[in-house]
Design a protein around this ligand. Structure first.
Ligand code: AHM
Ligand code: MG
Length: 332
């Protein structure tokens, strides 16, 4: 008992009773994500070999292009989530419109909708840098028994029942919350099992890392410029360290463990920022708040924003509470 490392499967069963609506469906849903994540992990980890196998004629017999990994991930997650009579609708970064799960009457009984970025930071794959899957889960608003509608997806982040990410890094981890704190599980690739390695994850209240694409400095709003100068000033525990991977999941994960702030502000070329509210910012904001951190658009909590469209973009300030407070102070 004492030396036993809890697996994700065991953890999901044990926690089922904590869920708001304890029918076991949310547990099944998280299981589906866990499984699809393993398949995607396998594919991501052999990405560098694709050209070699391709040229030896083992793939692409019809002369088709090798499927891009983000499309592959999209298809795997859609498959896994569609097949279990739990989910009634899915929205993905890879598709303009939301997907209505099989329009037979039976599936309209399903209660949950999922928003997903199947492979965020995918431009990092070519250079062997960490990428991630981000997911966000809600209960539908429209009545059970009818097809899902856009309004089911346009709920404020506060309504999320679960959210998380899978990071395909030096090791692969699944980190998620159902509103009772944040837990991290590390995949043992030899046997394909996730183990609880990071129970009850918390952002340190203060941090010393700032993560922002500083190449865009000239275009940033004055508040962000001033905050960057604050981070770089020599005073007390400053200057802070600058770390930016360009892979949201990896930057967030490091900052949650070590203490830091991630910023993707609005700037003159992208007036509303770059990151998508529904499947990038909201899930990360839910995780951040559950880990005693904070997430804001520079002015107000991300989770309070009423979404207006599926692929809406917002400025994003996320991380250790005191750092986000400070950045907000500069934004005022
Ligand atoms: P993507 O959804 O097209 O992959 O873009 C999202 C990514 C984030 O993971 C990352 O933090 C950000 O874009 C990096 O953007 P930039 O290269 O402008 O700094
Ligand atoms: Mg993305």
């Amino acid at each position: 008992m004492h030396n036993h490392k809890q697996t994700l499967g065991e953890f999901i069963i044990e926690k089922q009773k904590e869920f708001k609506y304890s029918s076991g469906e949310l547990s099944k849903l998280i299981n589906a994500i866990r499984l699809a994540g393993k398949v995607v992990n396998h594919e991501v980890k052999k990405a560098g070999l694709v050209d070699i196998f391709g040229s030896s004629g083992e793939t692409n017999i019809q002369g088709e292009d090798q499927q891009k990994l983000d499309i592959f991930a999209h298809n795997k997650f859609i498959q896994a989530l569609s097949n279990r009579e739990i989910v009634c609708g899915i929205a993905s970064e890879e598709e303009d419109d939301f997907i209505v799960i099989n329009s037979n009457d039976k599936n309209h009984q399903n209660k949950y909708i999922v928003l997903i970025d199947p492979l965020d930071g995918s431009s990092n794959i070519d250079v062997n840098v960490s990428v991630g899957t981000i997911f966000s889960i809600y209960r539908r608003k429209s009545p059970v028994g009818s097809p899902v509608v856009l309004e089911d997806f346009l709920q404020p982040g506060r309504n999320q029942v679960a959210a998380g990410y899978i990071i395909y890094g030096t090791s692969t981890m699944m980190v998620y919350t159902t509103g009772h704190g944040v837990n991290g599980f590390t995949l043992n690739p030899a046997i394909g099992t996730y183990y609880l390695s990071h129970p009850n994850m918390k952002f340190p209240e203060d941090g010393h890392i700032y993560s922002i694409n500083e190449g865009n400095y000239i275009h940033f709003p004055q508040g962000v410029k001033d905050y960057i100068k604050y981070c770089q000033a020599e005073f007390e525990d400053r200057p802070y360290t600058s770390r930016y991977i360009g892979s949201l999941v990896a930057d967030f994960h490091r900052n949650m463990i070590k203490g830091g702030i991630y910023i993707y502000p609005e700037y003159s070329k992208a007036k509303t920022g770059k990151l998508r509210l529904l499947y990038e910012c909201n899930p990360m904001a839910f995780l951040a708040e559950q880990a005693d951190g904070k997430a804001s658009d520079g002015r107000k909590p991300i989770l309070d924003i009423q979404p207006e469209s599926l692929h809406q973009r917002v400025p994003f300030f996320c991380g250790s509470k005191n750092m986000v407070d400070k950045a907000e102070e500069f934004m005022r």
